[in-house]
Write a protein that binds this ligand. Sequence first.
Ligand SMILES: [Zn+2]
Length: 125
Amino acid sequence: MREEVRCAWCGRPFVPSPGPGRPRRYCRRSCRQRDFEARRRAAEHGLADHELIVTRAALSRLDDAAYVLACAVEDVDRDLAGEHDEVDVARALAWLLDAARPLAELSRRGGLLAGGDGAGAVTSL
Ligand SMILES: [Zn+2]
């Protein structure tokens, strides 16, 4: 069994296919394309390799989804801190899953910062 590696763009684990040539660095073609575009944009703006250009809208979507999840984590921590039964745990899990879904959906759509919403702000990460 081959070892999993992480996509150089989105960080998603994948199993590289065997065969000749350079080992794959990306989980899918769109990640490779996004990385290429990001590096090209960074070079155009004189940014370093570790800096990215993302749209304000994409960053905002990510911030919003992370905020929802952070609030749910706080709620669940508080709700389960004291005495609780199975129903409380099930309710907490359901709440946490609901809060995590927007973030998971962003990831499923091909990367947390994928936007396709045109030119945007310069943001270094
Ligand atoms: Zn990827």
